[in-house]
Design a protein around this ligand. Structure first.
Ligand SMILES: [Zn+2]
Length: 130
């Protein structure tokens, strides 16, 4: 019975982590899409500015837009890092449950994580301790 309750609790914890990560991830995805749309409008604006001022165009005329794009590109990079961190976090929580079905066994030879119950290291082939 204890084993059954463990699986139920683990199942619920898994669901919570997945749900909250899913919400965070979709928020971040929306933010990225917004930034990409802003970049697209800035590029359009640059194109129009260049065209309208083609007789006496200077780079100063689009400096603001170029800076804006650069700022948004780096914001997108940050958002992507946040998403990667969330995925990593999810893996750690879901994979690190002590005694859980997905607990890892670390190879004493090369340190690679292996599924609990594995007989041999999937990286170097050494025999794993139980
Ligand atoms: Zn190994």
């Amino acid at each position: 019975m204890a084993g059954f309750m463990d699986s139920v609790n683990k199942g619920l914890a898994t669901l919570n982590v997945k749900t909250s990560n899913l919400m965070e991830t979709s928020k971040i995805k929306t933010a990225i899409t917004n930034k990409e749309n802003e970049i697209a409008s800035l590029k359009k604006l640059i194109g129009e500015t260049v065209y309208l001022n083609r007789a006496n165009f200077t780079m100063d005329m689009i400096k603001e837009q170029l800076d804006g794009i650069e700022e948004k590109v780096s914001a997108i990079e940050d958002l992507k890092k946040q998403m990667a961190a969330l995925e990593e976090n999810e893996k750690n929580i879901l994979g690190g449950g002590a005694g859980g079905a997905t607990a890892k066994v670390y190879c004493s030879q090369c340190g690679a994580p292996n599924e609990a119950g594995s007989k041999f290291c999937e990286k170097c082939g050494s025999k794993l301790a139980e």
